[in-house]
Ligand binder design. Structure first.
Ligand SMILES: C[S@@+](CC[C@H](N)C(=O)[O-])C[C@H]1O[C@@H](n2cnc3c(N)ncnc32)[C@H](O)[C@@H]1O
Length: 237
């Protein structure tokens, strides 16, 4: 049965890329401001978890890489190569200024059609990206295709939750973040209102995992980072 409470959001690549192009100069500042820098811990936890795996070689795809905060953290793993992929040129431009390394290559491409050969990557990470994909299933199939057998997919994002704690968070993300974020970023596209709508209309963790299982992924673990809303999900091909 379709969930009647869910609104259909316009997530066309044109809309999403122009929205992120618009807020790119303020993205990092507002991210750290709204999370009181805790978002840095969520990304470093991913690096710590990946350190526990014994990779013979390490080629990473950081999908929806944006301004590269997660890419930068992943560089500490000393990978052979990281491909930072995104549909927003302005976000990628900031990434390139932030990370100067011959081991990082930026690629403008959508998750729905990845310009990589089958089994090219040992790890795929997606930080706050899956919620924005215009076709989640197609993107997950693409990720599965480009992951090597036994490769890992790590997804960090806001998920819908109906717990009491999540309701408190929803007040913050529904009232304070849009008002302050749209004002400080001077966003004509009301990007920070979209953030809240995209969380409320997204999947629960359980729904997300069930889609990935249907596509062949194995669920390793989920880490609840904040109020059962921000989670990191570890999956294996
Ligand atoms: C909220 S930012 C996250 C950036 C970064 N990963 C982080 O952790 O801060 C989401 C990024 O996803 C990108 N994005 C949205 N839809 C996409 C798609 N279909 N394919 C590739 N990138 C996409 C946006 O352009 C944006 O830069």
């Amino acid at each position: 049965m379709p969930d009647e409470s869910k609104k259909i959001l316009n997530k066309s690549p044109e809309k999403i890329s122009s929205m992120f192009d618009e807020i790119a100069p303020k993205y990092d500042f507002l991210n750290h401001f709204f999370t009181l820098n805790i978002d840095k811990i969520w990304r470093s936890r991913i690096r710590e978890n990946l350190e526990l795996f014994d990779f013979k070689k390490l080629i990473i795809l950081d999908l929806a890489a944006g301004t590269g905060d997660l890419t930068k953290e992943l560089m500490k793993l000393n990978p052979d190569m990281i491909y930072a992929c995104d549909i927003s040129d302005n976000m990628l431009e900031i990434l390139s200024k932030k990370i100067k390394s011959s081991k990082v290559r930026t690629v403008n491409s959508s998750a729905e059609e990845l310009p990589f050969t089958d089994k090219a990557f040992d790890v795929v990470t997606v930080g706050f990206g899956v919620r924005n994909f215009y076709n989640l299933e197609t993107s997950l199939k693409e990720i599965y295709r480009v992951l090597d057998n036994g490769g890992l997919l790590v997804v960090l994002d806001f998920f819908k939750s109906n717990t009491f704690k999540a309701k408190i968070f929803n007040l913050y993300s529904g009232k304070i973040i849009p008002a302050v974020g749209n004002f400080l970023s001077n966003s004509k596209s009301k990007a920070y209102s979209y953030l809240n709508e995209s969380i409320e209309n997204f999947l629960t963790v359980e729904e997300f995992i069930s889609i990935t299982k249907k596509l062949g992924f194995h669920h390793i673990k989920t880490e609840n980072n904040l109020f059962e809303v921000v989670n990191t999900i570890y999956l294996k091909k």
